[in-house]
Design a protein around this ligand. Structure first.
Ligand code: SF4
Length: 379
């Protein structure tokens, strides 16, 4: 997700005439796009900000901006703690970056509030409002028109289909930094895929924190020009019951099928990250029937211990996870399954750890991203 945000920022600023260098030392502007999932990543960025502080004190003229989840999590206090930072821009406010940057470049004396574009705790409270008034949608779409795509990105591209998350796993800052789940209208997503393919992409990866939650109800979120706009997700209980026959809904399976059929020049379609529950057979069947959708699932288990899964608020048991794997392999015998594991979660015992090892041996994942648990403020 952060990589895509960086791509969008790059394209947005390039379109305004900014050019990009390889080193920090010669730059007039340094932007840090930050991740808050682990403490180590935050510490690295703050140490680089510290170095720039020393240089600025010594007389270097450079504008420093901090983007992404770290400013969203820490808030405006970062500006007083690190006076070398000129502005802050949260992940849901990236469309406001050019204004923040311009003001900093011309040296306007602005208040702390005017140097920060953050959702703060509005990110969950006013999700409906921010979904309807969604300038990020324009940002996503604008990247697709970049004629230099092939040169700058190779042949792979990311397309975001949902933003935010409604899950609240107890270790994770994402629901607070990226806000509630917002789903983009399918026609925008398909159009973006088409434009990317025209620009040279041969592989597209659809992105969402829980990508299989994608569900767009038509006729509900309509913009000022009568067009469909992003809408907040249907909530977790919606996945426990059948879709209402009276509603016109595009499910994740429908979306995959539409992209596959309506963008025939696209050679490979992938998606990350899947959640092990709320993952219907319809998705697996579309994967089976559409030859250009890759037989690959990234479905984090996080732990092989039911006690730890409960503490993590993951909402499934090991047995349910294994049932999902069995179902996936029944419908897609060649499917490759990857995952994530957190070790050292609060109160994890040797017994819990052994249970996780057993899960790994049982599933025989293609690969797993294994992380040491990193306590995060607010989780
Ligand atoms: S599903 Fe859990 S881990 Fe993934 S983004 Fe949402 S809260 Fe975080």
């Amino acid at each position: 997700m952060n990589e895509l945000d960086s791509e969008l920022v790059h394209a947005q600023l390039a379109a305004l005439g900014y050019t990009f260098g390889d080193t920090r030392s010669a730059a007039d502007v340094v932007l840090f796009n930050t991740c808050s999932v682990r403490e180590q990543a935050e510490n690295k960025v703050l140490s680089r900000v510290g170095e720039l502080g020393v240089e600025k004190k010594a007389g270097r003229q450079v504008v420093v901006g901090m983007l992404g989840c770290l400013p969203e999590r820490e808030g405006k206090q970062l500006l007083s703690k690190y006076p070398q930072i000129d502005f802050l821009c949260g992940p849901s406010e990236l469309d406001r970056l050019p204004t923040l940057l311009h003001n900093a470049m011309v040296g306007e004396k602005l208040s702390v509030a005017d140097r920060s574009a953050l959702q703060g705790n509005r990110s969950r409270r006013s999700a409906a409002l921010s979904a309807a008034d969604d300038n990020l949608e324009l940002l996503d779409l604008s990247r697709a028109y970049n004629p230099d795509f092939r040169e700058s990105n190779g042949h792979s591209a990311y397309v975001r289909i949902t933003r935010g998350c409604n899950k609240f796993c107890t270790y994770c800052v994402v629901p607070n930094t990226r806000g509630a789940e917002v789903h983009r209208p399918p026609h925008s997503i398909i159009e973006e895929c088409r434009k990317l393919v025209e620009s040279g992409a041969i592989e597209i990866t659809l992105l969402g924190q829980t990508v299989n939650h994608y569900r767009y109800t038509h006729g509900v979120a309509i913009g000022a020009h009568g067009n469909e706009v992003p809408q907040i997700g249907p909530g977790l209980t919606a996945f426990k019951k059948p879709i209402d026959d009276n509603q016109h809904v595009t499910t994740f399976a429908n979306l995959l099928q539409s992209i596959h059929d309506e963008v025939p020049e696209l050679q490979r379609l992938r998606f990350v990250t899947s959640y092990p529950i709320d993952f219907g057979d319809d998705i697996l069947e579309v994967m089976r029937d559409c030859p250009r959708i890759c037989n690959y699932l990234h479905v984090p288990a996080q732990s092989g211990s039911n006690r730890i899964l409960k503490k993590m608020n993951r909402g499934y048991t090991v047995e349910e996870y294994l049932k999902f794997v069995e179902r996936a392999r029944l419908i897609l015998p060649d499917v490759e399954i990857a995952g994530d594991i957190i070790v050292g979660f609060c109160t994890e015992t040797d017994e819990d750890f052994e249970a996780t090892k057993l899960l790994l041996e049982t599933v025989r994942f293609k690969n797993n991203f294994v992380f040491h648990y990193s306590p995060r403020p607010g989780t």
